[in-house]
Design a protein around this ligand. Structure first.
Ligand code: UDX
Length: 452
């Protein structure tokens, strides 16, 4: 069956979903209410940094498979499916703010034609779709809600949509679920058919579990620092057990971004409303927060003596490489704490400088990584951008005031750094402990290929 698909919200998830569906020759109408964002998209430009997305959007616009509008009436007159992809930002208490989702539901309820299916792609707390479904029952006709959560990673979003391992469709209406499975399914992906709440829990459960894994390995790194073990070796050895797996066992500064911190808190909050205290989630967050301060403590210890007036160069501001997203980025907490302690902070990021600038008052922003490290008492690596791994560290050695590196992502080759004359500190990495036959740079390469 050929569907016209309206997508509510041209944010991260909406844009990637829309562009991928259009490239699979579906007719897509993106409904974006923000005039500036809409205009940018109409001109074929993408307001976020996501490799491969702009050409995909342009091709879809040129082929006439996708258009961008603010005209809900027209979109609802044409669409047989409405994908909800608006934001659900965290409120101050950690609960997800559902205002935008509820607005879309009200619009669809008022204007949809019979047979329209609502697809919930926004990340909503478990139980939300079932509750909203109650409101959409009956009068004048029922609009089925099918929960179809998104698992894409920023920086690898298109690849993640196209090579998905699973497509979750949760809802009460079987026919609607099958229609969504047909549109959202990709070759090789298992279709998981379930109810709305289970679908929502799959999303929160997945993100929370990955966040737990990160906090767990960070705690292992912390005890490695105390006991003298090497976290790279431990993660490698643990990860060879297929029940554990090596992915998401990279110790360091911990997780940031728009999903993990928000979703872990939201699941804990949701459980709390049922009187259940989800202790593991609270701990994962706590460990993650502390990790940033541990990194600052490492810098303090490494510079030896007072940190006041010391020049610290932060390499990497985005919450991870491959994106300009600064949401919950470690760099902000690290930079602000260093400034509080009286250090002079200079920072660089290959793409996130513009977004970072207003979040880092008092931090000097350097034009290049080499400019950032010039005259530094300590280089603090916060985001593992490939350009930092492949810097000419011999050149850096001659630019810095003191050859000291604190690697918050355990991504630099300790031996190479020593060979260049640097004193190197990682997170839970011990000097002299070698992961025979595997170098840190290999790990980064294997990971970017999706192997590690
Ligand atoms: C995540 C999920 O991976 C994705 O499935 C979901 O849809 C959205 O949330 P994303 O936030 O884009 O995606 O980033 P991801 O690559 O998962 O990394 C999240 C954070 O964890 C980053 O800050 C990263 O640096 C950190 N991380 C990741 C670690 O500290 N160690 C690891 O081993 C892996």
């Amino acid at each position: 069956m050929d569907h016209t698909i309206a997508i509510a919200g041209a944010g991260y998830v909406g844009l990637v979903t829309g562009a991928c569906l259009a490239s699979a020759r579906r007719r897509v109408i993106m409904v974006e209410v923000d005039p500036e964002r809409r205009q940018t998209l109409v001109e074929g430009r993408v307001p976020i940094y996501e490799p491969g997305l702009e050409p995909l959007l342009r091709a879809a616009l040129d082929a006439g498979h996708l258009r961008v509008t603010d005209d809900w009436e027209d979109a609802l007159a044409q669409a047989s499916m409405v994908v909800v992809a608006v934001g659900t930002p965290p409120r101050a208490d950690g609960r997800a703010d559902l205002t935008a989702v509820e607005q879309v539901i009200a619009t669809v309820r008022a204007g949809a034609r019979p047979g329209t299916v609502l697809v919930m792609k926004s990340t909503v707390p478990p139980g939300t779709s079932a509750r909203l479904q109650q409101q959409l029952r009956g009068e004048p006709f029922a609009i089925p809600i099918v929960s179809c959560p998104e698992f894409l990673r920023e920086g690898a979003a298109i690849e993640d949509v196209r090579n998905a391992t699973r497509v979750v469709v949760g809802g009460l209406d079987r026919d609607a679920c099958e229609r969504v499975a047909e549109v959202m399914g990709v070759p090789g992906a298992e279709i998981v058919r379930t109810d709305n709440t289970s679908a929502e829990l799959i999303k929160y459960g997945s993100n929370s579990f990955l966040a737990l894994k990160i906090s767990f390995i960070n705690e292992i790194a912390n005890v490695c620092d105390l006991m003298g073990g090497d976290v790279d070796a431990v993660a490698h050895g643990m990860g060879l057990d297929p029940r554990i797996g090596r992915a998401f066992l990279n110790a360091g500064l911990g997780f940031g971004g728009s999903c993990f911190p928000k979703d872990v808190r939201a699941l804990d909050q949701a459980a709390g409303r049922y009187g259940y205290s989800f202790w593991m989630l609270k701990t994962a967050i706590e460990v993650n927060d502390q990790q940033r301060m541990r990194f600052v403590s490492k810098i303090r210890a490494a510079v030896e003596g007072p940190i006041e007036g010391k020049r610290i160069a932060i390499l990497g501001l985005a919450f991870k490489p491959g994106t300009d997203d600064m949401r919950q980025a470690c760099s902000v907490d690290v930079a602000m704490r260093l400034m509080e302690l009286g250090a002079e902070v200079v920072a660089h990021d290959p793409v996130a400088m513009e977004k970072a600038a207003p979040m880092l008052p008092g931090v000097e922003l350097a034009e290049s990584a080499y400019e950032a490290v010039a005259g530094a008492d300590c280089v603090a690596l916060v985001t593992e951008w490939p350009e930092y791994l492949h810097m000419n560290w011999n050149r850096v050695r001659h630019l810095v005031k003191r050859p000291l590196v604190v690697d918050g992502r355990n991504c630099l080759d300790r031996d190479e750094m020593s060979a260049c004359g640097f004193t190197y500190h990682g997170m839970g990495r011990q000097p002299g402990v070698v992961l025979w036959g595997r170098r840190a740079t290999d790990r980064v390469r294997l990971e970017s290929e999706g192997v590690a």
